[in-house]
Design a protein. Structure first.
Length: 347
C-alpha cells in the first residue's frame, strides 16, 4: 500500500511580528510601530499591517495593545537628575515622596506605574507600551521631552523646561517666584541684612526660578546686601564649604540654601568659622526633608508639598492621555514656609 505524507493540521504557534513583516514586505520595526500606534507611519501602512495581523491570527500581547486609541494601563515616571551629580538617595527626599504619591494614586486608579531612569529611558520610549509619561524636573531643552514628542507619547512634567517654547498647560509646579518672595520677606523680618543664595548649576527651573525671584527681591530691597553663589556640577561638598566659610567671614547673616546635598557642608562651614545658627547666621532651605527636620536646630525650609505634586502630576497625565482639556486639573500646588530653629523670631 502506498503511503502518503500526512499534512500536519495541528495549530501552529501564534503569528509573530516577523511573520507580519514577511507578509507585508515591511521591516519588523515598522510593523511594531504600526501595531503600537507610534512613529510617523501612514494610515495606509497601519491598515495594511492591521489586515495582515488579523489574517495571520496574530494575537496581541501587552505591547501590541498599545495601539492608537487603546490603553494598557501602564504609565511611565521619570525623575531627571543630572548625570554629573553625585547626590545620594538621602539627598533626594523630595523626589522619593513625590514619586511615592504618584505611584500610590496611580495604583488606586487601576494604573500601573513604571519607573524609568538613566540610559534605559531612550530605549524604552516608543517600545514600552505606556499610555503616557510623567517627567519630574526636566532639564533645559530636555532631549527626553523632544523624544516623547517625536514618538507621539503623551507626557506631562513637574516643572517646565526653561529653554522650551512650549506652553505650561501640561506642567504641574509650585509658584516658586511667590514662595521665594514670601520666604525672603520672612527672613527680612527676622533680621536678614546680608544674605547668600547657594544654588547649583543644573539649569532646571527649580533652581532658575529661585535665582530669578531672589534677584527681583534684592532689587526691591536695597538695604539688604545679597550675593548668589552657583556651585558647578559635579557637586563638591568641599567647594560648598569654602564658599560658605568665605561668606561668613564677610559678614553674611543669612544663607538661603537651594542645594539640599550641601546642607551638612554648610552647617560644618558655619561652625568652623566659630559662628552659631541661628544667633550669628540664619539658614533656610528651599526644600523640606526628613533630614532638615531632624537636625538640631531643625532647619527652616520651604515645604513644596511633594506628595500633593505627585498626585496632581498623575491627575494631569490622566487628563492628557484621555484627551481632556488641560484646565480640568489645577496645575499650581501651594507651598508653605516651615519656620524652625535655624532662623530667629521675627522682630
Amino acid at each position: 500500500m502506498a503511503s502518503f505524507p500526512v499534512k500536519d493540521t495541528a495549530p501552529r504557534d501564534r503569528a509573530t511580528l516577523r511573520d507580519i513583516a514577511l507578509d507585508t514586505g515591511l521591516s519588523m520595526s515598522t510593523v511594531s510601530q504600526a501595531l503600537r500606534g507610534a512613529g510617523r507611519i501612514s494610515e495606509a501602512t497601519r491598515a495594511r499591517v492591521a489586515e495582515a495581523s488579523a489574517r495571520l491570527g496574530y494575537r496581541a500581547n501587552v505591547s501590541a495593545l498599545h495601539m492608537r486609541g487603546a490603553r494598557t494601563g501602564l504609565v511611565g515616571l521619570v525623575a531627571t537628575v543630572p548625570d554629573s551629580t553625585s547626590w545620594s538617595v538621602g539627598d533626594l527626599d523630595f523626589l522619593v515622596r513625590c514619586e511615592r504619591a504618584f505611584c500610590d494614586v496611580a495604583l488606586g486608579s487601576d494604573r500601573y506605574p513604571v519607573m524609568l531612569s538613566g540610559s534605559s529611558v531612550s530605549g524604552a520610549i516608543g517600545v514600552l507600551p505606556v499610555d503616557g509619561v510623567a517627567v519630574i524636573d526636566p532639564g533645559p531643552n530636555d532631549p527626553l521631552l523632544r523624544l516623547l514628542e517625536e514618538r507621539s507619547v503623551a507626557y506631562v512634567t513637574l516643572g517646565r523646561d526653561v529653554l522650551s517654547n512650549a506652553t505650561d498647560e501640561w506642567v504641574v509646579d509650585n509658584d516658586k517666584l511667590e514662595i521665594t518672595r514670601v520666604a525672603l520677606d520672612g527672613l527680612y523680618q527676622r533680621g536678614m541684612r546680608r544674605s547668600l543664595l547657594l544654588i547649583a548649576d543644573t539649569g532646571q527651573n527649580y533652581m532658575t526660578d529661585v535665582a530669578q525671584a531672589y534677584d527681583a527681591w534684592s532689587d526691591a530691597h536695597p538695604d539688604v546686601a545679597t550675593t548668589t553663589a552657583v556651585l558647578p556640577l559635579p557637586f563638591d561638598a568641599a567647594q560648598a564649604a569654602r564658599v560658605v566659610s568665605g561668606a561668613c567671614r564677610d559678614g553674611v547673616d543669612t544663607i538661603y540654601l537651594a542645594v539640599e546635598p550641601a546642607l551638612t557642608a554648610v552647617l560644618d562651614a558655619v561652625a568652623a568659622v566659630g559662628l552659631s545658627i541661628p544667633e550669628d547666621v540664619q539658614l533656610l532651605a528651599t526644600t523640606d526633608s526628613t533630614r532638615a527636620q531632624s537636625l538640631v536646630p531643625a532647619i527652616s525650609a520651604v515645604d513644596l508639598q511633594p506628595a500633593a505634586l505627585g498626585e496632581r502630576l498623575f491627575e494631569l497625565l490622566e487628563q492628557r492621555v484621555s484627551g481632556a482639556v488641560p484646565d480640568v486639573v489645577e496645575r499650581l500646588v501651594p507651598a508653605d514656609v516651615r519656620w524652625r530653629g535655624s532662623t530667629r523670631a521675627p522682630v
